[in-house]
Ligand binder design. Structure first.
Ligand SMILES: Cc1ncc(C[n+]2csc(CCOP(=O)(O)OP(=O)(O)O)c2C)c(N)n1
Length: 324
């Protein structure tokens, strides 16, 4: 693995733990969906964990994160309690959005996790608004926006990048290029397939990184954050990755070959980091097993917590819609 010089052993173990937590959390959520405990839309992040964990690990607590509908991983990486995310997926009042948002609308302003947006590229103009507020208030925070490559063909994407660059807003745009927008491959809709090259037109730094390498993502994000904090404006990172599951729980995923899936799974970021930790004797096999067992117990407890939580009351239906 590349770039280990910037991370201490404890940090490496923490990167592993967080990716493993997201993977296990979503495997469990998928099981609960199949059992009818979770309903509605649900988009799993399995396979893409290194992007959220690498990028968010480079942030301070005071920094902001905005995601798309594929948001469980980003919210966990930003520090949300698995209990409240699972409760949200179950639609319970103890959920992070009081059970009224569901999978695509995780939100916690204190955590500085500002959604969860169901509209493709919908989070981007909001990210620009946050960036403007940060500059206006002269806050020393940055905002990171995550979105899929499908969003890069939306008008809102181009408007957002243009304004962000013209006004030197402290934003890191992270495109999770998993090559498919539902069943539409990037090849069919993009004349320029190396997305990061398109961004040169907005006069901001843009690069492509291996989104299956948590340390590569972390390092690229750290560089972009430094630039944003220095007042030099936004950056764009194209993280090349792959989702192992269908687009959403209702997608049969019949547009990709088994061979392609196998090739990507051989590059799994979690297995790769575990191997690195073991090979370099950063963690003993026993300690690794203990860490994994703890995560499994935590995910099991999240399901219990969600399942015994109450449903939102009918009176709550119209609450939290407008702010005074
Ligand atoms: C404006 C808009 N158009 C269409 C949709 C339906 N839709 C939901 S997800 C999606 C694909 C987006 O793919 P991508 O941006 O690559 O993200 P990924 O799902 O791969 O993470 C589409 C077309 C939508 N939610 N919003």
């Amino acid at each position: 693995m590349a770039h280990t010089h910037n991370s201490s052993n404890d940090e490496l173990v923490e990167l592993y733990r967080m990716m493993f937590l997201i993977r296990r959390f979503e495997e469990k959520a998928s099981e609960m969906y199949t059992r009818g405990k979770i309903t509605g839309f649900s988009h799993l992040y399995i396979g893409e964990e290194a992007v959220a964990v690498g990028a968010i690990s480079a942030l301070h607590e005071r920094d902001y994160v905005i995601s798309s509908y594929r948001d469980h991983g980003h919210c966990l990486a930003k520090g949300a309690d698995p209990n409240v995310i699972m409760a949200e997926l179950f639609g319970r009042s103890t959920g992070i959005s009081k059970g009224k948002g569901g999978s695509m609308h995780l939100f916690d302003s204190q955590l500085r996790f500002l959604g969860g947006y169901a509209i493709v590229a919908g989070g981007l103009p909001i990210t620009v608004g946050v960036g403007m507020a940060l500059n206006y208030k002269e806050e020393d925070s940055v905002v990171v926006a995550f979105f899929g490559e499908g969003a890069t063909n939306a008008g809102a994407f181009h408007e957002s990048l243009n304004v962000a660059s013209a006004w030197k807003l402290p934003i890191i745009f992270i495109c999770e290029n998993n090559f498919f927008a539902i069943g539409t491959s990037l090849d069919r809709v993009a004349p320029a397939k190396e997305l990061y090259k398109r961004i040169k037109a907005y006069n901001m730094p843009s690069e492509r990184v291996d989104g299956m390498d948590v340390l590569a993502v972390r390092e690229a994000t750290a560089t972009a954050i430094e630039r944003a904090r220095d007042g030099d404006g936004p950056s764009f990172i194209e993280a090349v990755t792959y989702r192992y599951r269908g687009h959403s729980m209702s997608d049969p995923d019949d547009y990709r070959t088994k061979r392609e899936e196998k090739i990507w799974k051989e590059r799994d970021p979690i297995i790769k980091l575990a191997k690195h930790l073991r090979d370099k004797a950063i963690i003993s096999p026993d300690d690794l097993k203990e860490l994994q067992d703890k995560v499994d117990a935590q995910v099991g407890a999240a399901v219990q917590y969600a399942d015994k939580s109450s449903w939102p009351e009918l009176e709550e239906l119209m609450q939290d819609i407008y702010v005074d």
